[in-house]
Design a protein around this ligand. Structure first.
Ligand SMILES: [Zn+2]
Length: 155
């Protein structure tokens, strides 16, 4: 899933996680929970290592900037606790950040224990990834639902 969805989803639970360490760990765990929902990475799974190295940093940059824009707006409107919020977001995006570093610095980025665990969670509910043209709607529905819950809980 997009970093934006991971980060915003984790923030729903900020009320229950005043401790930054627990917030980070919860965010980290929530990443794998969300990754288990089919979200349209069929095409990305088919990329070879070279294309992966070229495209993933670009995707991550765009996604990261969108995430930061959402976080800025949410913080302006809802004034969520900063420290535990930052810890939640850091935890929620950490698994993909680790994968990103492996992609950048290793020749065979998918052939390591970390990525095997990461991929395992992607395929735990559905053995075949779904196409992006369907997944984008799944993620959009999540985004709308998450924004609704954040307003409901923290406005
Ligand atoms: Zn992930």
């Amino acid at each position: 899933m997009f970093l934006t969805i991971h980060a915003l989803f984790a923030l729903i639970f900020i009320k229950f996680l005043p401790n930054p360490l627990w917030a980070f760990l919860f965010g980290f765990a929530s990443h794998f929970l969300l990754d288990a929902i089919p979200h349209g990475d069929k095409e990305i799974c088919q990329w070879d290592d070279e294309k992966r190295k070229k495209m993933m940093p670009r995707l991550a940059l765009i996604d990261g900037l969108i995430m930061l824009a959402f976080l800025y707006c949410l913080q302006k409107n809802l004034q969520l606790p900063l420290l535990s919020g930052a810890a939640l977001v850091a935890g929620a995006v950490a698994p993909d950040a680790i994968s990103g570093l492996l992609i950048l610095f290793f020749k065979k980025p998918l052939n390591n224990p970390w990525e095997k665990i990461h991929i395992f969670f992607h395929l735990v509910l559905k053995k075949e990834p779904i196409p992006m043209k369907i997944g984008i709607w799944v993620q959009l529905a999540f985004l709308i639902a998450i924004l609704y819950f954040l307003q409901l809980l923290y406005k």
